[in-house]
Design a protein around this ligand. Structure first.
Ligand SMILES: [Zn+2]
Length: 201
């Protein structure tokens, strides 16, 4: 027997989320519908509000839901140090490690010609233009320790070579790319504090 069409539709949406399979999507759909009506209404209106209020900060790429970005508008932060990450989630992990008081630049993923992620689509071109415009002393490439993350960091370092801006990366010991959010704050903080200059081979 098939589930009601609307339930199936909800399950189909849920299945697009990370770590949700076909069976669990249906289980979650039924679990949502079993919630008290006022909870469901609150959930729906939060999603609806998100559609109109959540946007990316044009300066750093962070997801924000108001007019001003809490990072870019904070004048106590050091605007001359720019941390480059490949996902807005990484900013949360780094902020929770309490080890960085500069600004961020969120790329849309790592450079990967095979996955059609280019200098333009990842935002690397915008990053380079921003740094070349001046006012930045150090760029920290927190782009992940896997091959694509390394390639991205090396590309940025070589593109900025002539500018005299220091390009660094966190010390070793961090999980690669997408799992930065699972790094414990102490390890993450230590890796950021112990960052090293990217030397070209
Ligand atoms: Zn911002």
């Amino acid at each position: 027997m098939e589930p009601p069409k609307t339930v199936q539709q909800i399950a189909d949406f849920l299945r697009r989320l990370p770590s949700v399979g076909t069976k669990s999507s249906l289980r979650l759909a039924y679990a949502c519908l079993a919630l008290p009506r006022e909870d469901l209404e609150a959930f729906c209106s939060a999603l609806e509000r998100a559609l109109t209020t959540i946007h990316t900060c044009p300066e750093c790429g962070l997801l924000i839901d108001g007019d001003s970005c809490p990072i870019c508008s904070d004048s106590t932060r050091d605007g001359s140090t720019l941390m480059v990450v490949t996902s807005a989630k990484d900013v949360l992990a780094i902020e929770n490690s309490d080890s960085f008081r500069g600004r961020y630049f969120v790329l849309s993923g790592t450079l990967s010609p095979a996955a059609h992620r280019t200098l333009e689509s990842t935002g690397i071109n915008r990053l380079l233009a921003k740094v070349q415009a001046g006012g930045i002393r150090e760029v920290i490439c927190c782009t992940g320790a896997d091959l694509e993350g390394e390639t991205t960091a090396l590309y940025i370092a070589s593109a900025l070579k002539e500018t005299g801006v220091e390009v660094t990366r966190p010390a070793e010991g961090l999980p690669s790319g997408a799992v930065l959010e699972y790094a414990d704050p102490v390890t993450l903080g230590r890796a950021i504090k112990g960052r090293t200059k990217i030397e070209e081979e």
